[in-house]
Structure formats: structure tokens, C-alpha cells
Design a protein around this ligand. Structure first.
Ligand code: SF4
Length: 375
């Protein structure tokens, strides 16, 4: 087992957003962050002792809010890793936790990609989402990241928000393009019932945009960002040429990856495991250099094949039929022919130069396509 892709989960946030169900706490003191980073080092050294870390091609700090961490802790952790000299080292950031000095320090300690969660430029929406920054903070932090030397910047945006109109969304895209970042991720709002907005929606207290309006926002996004020179290389991700996120590409190509930290997920061939999300358990175990509990799932080859197909179909070029046939020793056409036919007939899936890929309509109804490949 040798991993080239590493995910590090940082479970701290300044404040919980109303739509978020990621594993994160809002009561983390600086002391608990320092302790947590020591535990991450214990966890990574456990894997290093087993010779499971290769030359790391990518490291991705996600959360939570990784930019809330003291930079010294992040720098020390990075210095423990066997990094490839061209490694992509990404950090997710919330504008409310950034300033120019911190951005400079992050750049200096090795981060070469920053992903800033702006979500919107509309003050009312930002407030109702529970974000702690305003539109101006967001724009200034992108400019500051540039000044600090980051030449690979992503911004996250969200559509389908309660109260968001098509005009507001157009304005958001216009402002996003003006920031001249290399990458834009665009997510449709998806609510879990455990979140404040999820509960409000279930009780009828939260009014989401009509389905037609959300669909229009999605279509406008494609049109507007393509015109501005962004390639829609994955369903929700747009990049200027050469700036696709290498870490996330590894997920979509179903490469093996190691996740460390609270609730982090890992994947090795047909095995997947997720670390405990219990803070007490995680800290007690790793303080004693003992592997904290995790939940493991062993997949059948049919499940691995399905994952390989539907993750790959998220990408613009889709999947190389011959490559997957060789990897899994199956004839894809024979195996899925009957179920796939309607996908081609209904313009959801297309074939070109030995690749299957989602059409524009297929991207919209991606879950219907993916269901066909599930065992
Ligand atoms: S900052 Fe990000 S991780 Fe934290 S609560 Fe908000 S959306 Fe969730």
C-alpha cells in the first residue's frame, strides 16, 4: 500500500454556516488546534513507519476551515511530509480567517494553491447563510492572496440559495470573473436535514428558488464561464487551461488516497475507511500513538467498477472504455448494453474516440446516468 495523494481534515470553524453538515466545531481554542496538529503528526508518522507514503503528488487541507489553524502548525506538519518537488499543496480558506500577513506566511511555508470560500457577493445572502465575511472581505482576500504570491487560486460559489434570483446569480458570476482567479467551483445548494436550513426547509419555513430558476442558474454558469475562458472540466468545476485541481482529479480518476484527521476518508483499491468523528476518541488514541477507530468497507469488484465509471464520467472527457476494460477484465458494452441504450437514446451519454462522456443534459441528470452502473 503506497499513497501519493493525501487529504488532511481540519475540524475547526469560526461559526457554523446554516447549510453545512461537514464535521467541524466552533469552540476550538488555539491550544486545541496546536494539540490537533500534533495528533495529525502522530497519525502521519504511523503511516510513514509502515512505508505507505510515496512521493506525495498532492496534499489537500480541507475542513472545516484549515485557514483558521496557526500557520506554524501547518508549516511544521508540511515539513514532516515526503513531498514531490512539484506537489500541489492546497488549503481551503474562509476570508474571515485571512489577512495579508497570514497569506504571505502560508505561501512561504509551501502552500501553492488556495481555495477561498466566497459563496456569494450578495450581502443579504451571505448573512442568511451564516457567513462571517461580507462581499468586500471576500474580494479583498482574493486580491491579497494574489499579492502574497499565490498563482493558483480557486473560489467557491453557491447557487440555488433561498432568496437568490437569476439576476443576483448573474451579478455573482460577473464579480467572480472580474477577480481573475484560475479556478471556480460552483455548487448547487444541497441540504441535509440535520442542518438549520435543512430543518427549516422540512418545516416549510425556508423558501428555495423554483427548480426552473436553479436550472437556469446552472445553465447560465456554463455559458458565462465558458465565455470567460474557463473549461468545465468536471460537473461542478471550472478552470483556466492547466489549472484543474490535481488532488480532486485523483478522486475522480479513483486513485488511492489517504485521509488523516477526524472523520477523514481513505481509499485503497477495494477498501474504503473513514476515521472516527468522535473528538475524545480520536485525541485519546493518537495521543498514545494508537490508531484511532475507523469504519471500513470492503467493496465488491462490481462496486469498484461502478465507482470507477461514475466518478470518471464526472470529468469532461469522461472515461476511456479500453482502459477500464483492461483494468477490470470486462467488456463494458456487453455488461451494460441493455441499461445504457436509453442513456444514448435520451442524449444523456455520448461516445467519441473510445470515450464515454456525459452530454450537457447528462450532466444535469448525472445521478440517473450513474444509477445504471450500480451493481
Ligand atoms: S466555514 Fe465551511 S466547513 Fe465551516 S461551517 Fe461554513 S461551510 Fe461548513
Amino acid at each position: 500500500m503506497v499513497f501519493s495523494y493525501l487529504y488532511v481534515h481540519i475540524p475547526f470553524c469560526l461559526q457554523k454556516c446554516n447549510y453545512c453538515d461537514f464535521v467541524s466545531f466552533t469552540n476550538g481554542s488555539e491550544e486545541s488546534m496546536v494539540i490537533y496538529s500534533q495528533l495529525l503528526e502522530n497519525e502521519i508518522s504511523f503511516w510513514q513507519k509502515q512505508n505507505t507514503l510515496g512521493n506525495l503528488q498532492t496534499v489537500y487541507f480541507g475542513g472545516g476551515t484549515p485557514s483558521i489553524m496557526p500557520v506554524d502548525c501547518l508549516a511544521h506538519f508540511l515539513s514532516c511530509l515526503p513531498l514531490d518537488k512539484n506537489a500541489e499543496i492546497s488549503l481551503e480558506a474562509n476570508p474571515a480567517t485571512l489577512n495579508i500577513q497570514k497569506l504571505r506566511a502560508l505561501k512561504q511555508c509551501g502552500f501553492n494553491r488556495i481555495s477561498i470560500g466566497l459563496q456569494s457577493f450578495h450581502e443579504g445572502l451571505l448573512k442568511s447563510m451564516g457567513r462571517l465575511h461580507d462581499a468586500n472581505d471576500g474580494m479583498i482576500m482574493v486580491e491579497n492572496a494574489r499579492k502574497a504570491g499565490f498563482d493558483n487560486i480557486n473560489i467557491d460559489l453557491m447557487y440555488g440559495l433561498p432568496g437568490q434570483t437569476i439576476d443576483i446569480w448573474r451579478d455573482t458570476l460577473r464579480k467572480a470573473i472580474a477577480l481573475q482567479t484560475e479556478h471556480i467551483s460552483v455548487y448547487g445548494l444541497h441540504l441535509e436535514e440535520s442542518t438549520p436550513w435543512g430543518k427549516a426547509e422540512a418545516s416549510g419555513a425556508l423558501l428555495l428558488p423554483e427548480e426552473d430558476a436553479s436550472l437556469a442558474m446552472w445553465q447560465i454558469t456554463h455559458h458565462v464561464l465558458a465565455k470567460a475562458g474557463f473549461e468545465n472540466y468536471e460537473i461542478a468545476n471550472y478552470a483556466r487551461p492547466g489549472f484543474a485541481c490535481r488532488h480532486n482529479l485523483a478522486y475522480w480518476q479513483r486513485e488511492d488516497y489517504l485521509g488523516i484527521g477526524l472523520a477523514a476518508a481513505s481509499c485503497w483499491q477495494n477498501k474504503r475507511w473513514v476515521n472516527t468523528e468522535n473528538w475524545q476518541t480520536y485525541t485519546q488514541c493518537w495521543q498514545n500513538h494508537t490508531c484511532a477507530p475507523y469504519e471500513e468497507e470492503v467493496l465488491t469488484m462490481g462496486q469498484v467498477l461502478a465507482e470507477r465509471i461514475f466518478l470518471g464520467l464526472r470529468l469532461k472527457n469522461g472515461i476511456c472504455i479500453a482502459e477500464i476494460e483492461e483494468q477490470f477484465g470486462v467488456d463494458l458494452r456487453t455488461r451494460f448494453y441493455k441499461d445504457m441504450l436509453p442513456l444514448f437514446q435520451n442524449d444523456l451519454l455520448a461516445e467519441k474516440d473510445g470515450f464515454w462522456y456525459l452530454t450537457q443534459r447528462g450532466k444535469l441528470l448525472a445521478n440517473e446516468v450513474f444509477a445504471v452502473f450500480l451493481p
